[in-house]
Design a protein around this ligand. Structure first.
Ligand code: TGC
Ligand code: FAD
Length: 390
């Protein structure tokens, strides 16, 4: 059947377990019923409905790969499938999910004390608490290890000073996981800064043309007193934040294909319906050529990210592969979205057709969690042994 065959040409669905297929269906229903009806207003008005967190929590989508603490204990592949279904609607909602799951819950689960896990994870899983992740600074984006934020050791507590920039969900977060260097040894540690702590402010960044359905802000720390019980005890050094990024980048690598799939499906439907020169746009060779290219990249790309999450499940995944997947998925999804936008002509720039929104979003997705060029340099280092960063 030509109408279905093109959707899964490499028979990916056969390689998911029964549980993974159930999670995929749950995420799909959730995205269509809870997210799609909200997205036009969300993007037009830069509106984020905090109820989305609780709705995601009730559907079991937050921290899905964590075992215990109210989390589903599903596979990394299932996490990728959730990201893919959510990002079919909007990358901003996938961002919400990525940050809460991979950048806040995952490090608490990996590096936190038992007391921290019990205090935070169950309420992060239900969406009653909102978390954010502060690594990037105004003067340190691609080179986070140069961070200036400092934690001064005062015996039973630290005093944190500095600023983080471009932080997803910081304006609405209850807890901010802040990465800072301790003054005694210049080592990076993770600090759980709570909303009630004096000296914390989280101004919103205005004027974004991308990910408008997700609030982004700063984290400003003016001598914030953080008890030592709020420091993650299990990690020091850049390995801490990078372990979080490894998980989030893989989810994004899956998610970006979801956005591309949505754009291709829309452009296919549109060009089959719309007639110019007396026949459907989709009957033109140029249009078919563009769709064939998009379909090929999506089909091969999804196969690649599935192989990557399977390698993660068997403990064989190197972070260089994550760089390859993050870069390939995001750059190609962006290119596909732009091409699909073009196939809709004038309607392509109207938000009701959704594709222009994906184009704008994917610009940021291609930049955050390591830009496409930074991941190329990671691969360059893997190929040559020569780091080209400095
Ligand atoms: P360097 O900065 O020198 O640090 C070296 C230490 O870090 C280790 N490391 C990793 N470990 C595990 N996984 C990885 N992917 C790692 N990358 C580095 C490294 O082994 C070393 O450990 P140790 O124990 O020997 O000290 O790092 P480097 O020279 O290796 O890497 C440089 C570079 C450019 C690749 C890195 O700085 C980088 O990835 N920069 C990009 C920054 C970035 O991705 N920022 C993301 C901020 S968070 C975000 O964007 C969230 S968006 C969320 C959303 O809304 O979805
Ligand atoms: P820069 O590092 O200044 O890079 C600018 C350009 O220079 C890029 O094209 C880059 O590829 C290029 N470049 C840099 N170094 C080199 C080099 N050595 N060789 C060649 N080219 C180079 N961060 C967080 O910590 N938490 C978050 O929740 C978070 N959310 C975000 C949400 C949004 C919407 C955005 C846009 C960003 C978010 N970020 C977050 C920050 C994000 O990770 C950074 O924007 C990203 O890492 C790039 O840093 P930068 O913007 O400072 O760009």
């Amino acid at each position: 059947d030509f109408d279905l065959h093109w959707k899964d040409m490499l028979l990916l669905d056969r390689r998911f377990s029964e549980e993974e297929m159930l999670i995929k269906e749950t995420a799909k229903r959730f995205a269509e019923s809870e997210l799609m009806p909200r997205v036009l207003k969300g993007f037009r008005e830069e509106h984020f409905d905090q109820g989305i967190f609780k709705a995601m929590g009730s559907a079991g989508l937050l921290g899905s790969f964590i075992h215990g603490y109210g989390c589903a204990g599903a596979s990394p592949t299932a996490y990728g499938l959730i990201a893919r279904e959510v990002e079919k609607v909007d990358s901003a909602y996938r961002s919400t999910l990525s940050v809460q799951s991979s950048l806040v819950m995952h490090p608490i689960n990996l590096f936190g004390s038992e007391e921290q896990k019990e205090r935070f994870l169950p309420r992060l899983a239900t969406g009653d608490l909102i978390g954010c992740f502060g690594l990037t600074e105004p003067d340190h984006g691609s080179d986070p290890s140069g961070m200036k934020t400092r934690a001064h050791d005062k015996g039973d507590h630290y005093v944190l000073s500095g600023a983080k920039n471009w932080i997803t969900n910081s304006p609405i977060a209850d807890i901010c996981l802040v990465w800072a260097k301790t003054d005694t040894d210049e080592k990076v540690r993770g600090f759980l800064v709570e909303r009630s702590m004096e000296g914390l402010s989280t101004p919103k960044i205005e004027g974004k043309f991308s990910l408008r359905a997700s609030p982004t802000g700063m984290i400003q720390l003016d001598e914030v007193k953080v008890p030592k019980s709020n420091v993650l005890p299990g990690v020091t050094g850049m390995r801490g934040p990078f372990a979080c990024l490894n998980s989030a980048r893989l989810g994004i690598a899956w998610g970006a294909w979801g956005a591309a799939e949505f754009c291709l499906e829309s452009a296919r439907r549109y060009t089959m319906d719309r007639q110019q020169f007396g026949w459907p746009l989709a009957a033109n060779q140029l249009v078919q050529f563009k769709m064939a290219n998009a379909l090929t990249e999506i089909t091969i790309g999804l196969n690649a990210v599935l192989q990557a999450t399977r390698m993660k499940e068997s403990g064989e995944l190197h972070s260089n592969v994550i760089s390859m997947m993050k870069r390939n998925s995001c750059s190609k999804a962006l290119e596909i979205a732009r091409t699909c936008r073009d196939m809709l002509g004038g309607n392509g720039i109207v938000d009701e057709y959704h594709i222009i929104r994906h184009v704008c979003n994917l610009e940021a997705v291609n930049t955050y969690e390591g830009t496409a060029d930074i991941h190329a340099l990671v691969l360059g280092r893997a190929l040559t042994g020569l780091p080209a960063f400095k």
